[in-house]
Design a protein around this ligand. Structure first.
Ligand code: 5GP
Ligand code: ZN
Length: 108
């Protein structure tokens, strides 16, 4: 049985307003934002973590969505952004995803 929270969000078993969605990728705000903008960019397919996320075509799609989010949230020109992935035991949710956060200054 798949008990993955992000799979449940993908399958609409948990109601969530998506910032962006297409057939391969979904984006929604982190429930505990660390920055004023804190989005999770999540491939819909369940892949355990970053190291196992090796589908180059899908990675390229995810990268395009990350770029789009950074631009749409107006983090590209001076406000600053951070893209990150936790893994190797640092991750809470074991379904590969990327954090897009901002604004971020150079001293952070
Ligand atoms: P990580 O696995 O990247 O270390 O952390 C998972 C992130 O997902 C955390 O920042 C946490 O706040 C967020 N998160 C966990 N469960 C939910 C949820 O049900 N909804 C949303 N929007 N975010 C979640
Ligand atoms: Zn999952």
């Amino acid at each position: 049985m798949n008990n993955c929270i992000f799979c449940k969000i993908r399958d609409k078993e948990i109601a969530k307003e998506f910032t962006y969605e297409d057939e391969d990728v979904m984006v929604f705000p982190d429930i505990h934002p660390l920055k004023p903008i804190h989005l999770l960019v999540v491939p819909k397919i369940h892949v355990e973590d970053f190291l196992e996320f090796n589908d180059q075509e899908l990675m390229s799609k995810v990268k395009k969505v990350i770029n789009k989010m950074i631009k749409e949230q107006e983090l590209a020109d001076g406000r600053g952004y951070r893209v990150s992935a936790n893994g190797g035991g640092a991750q809470i949710v074991k379904h590969a995803h990327f954090h897009v956060m901002g604004p971020i200054s150079q001293t952070e």
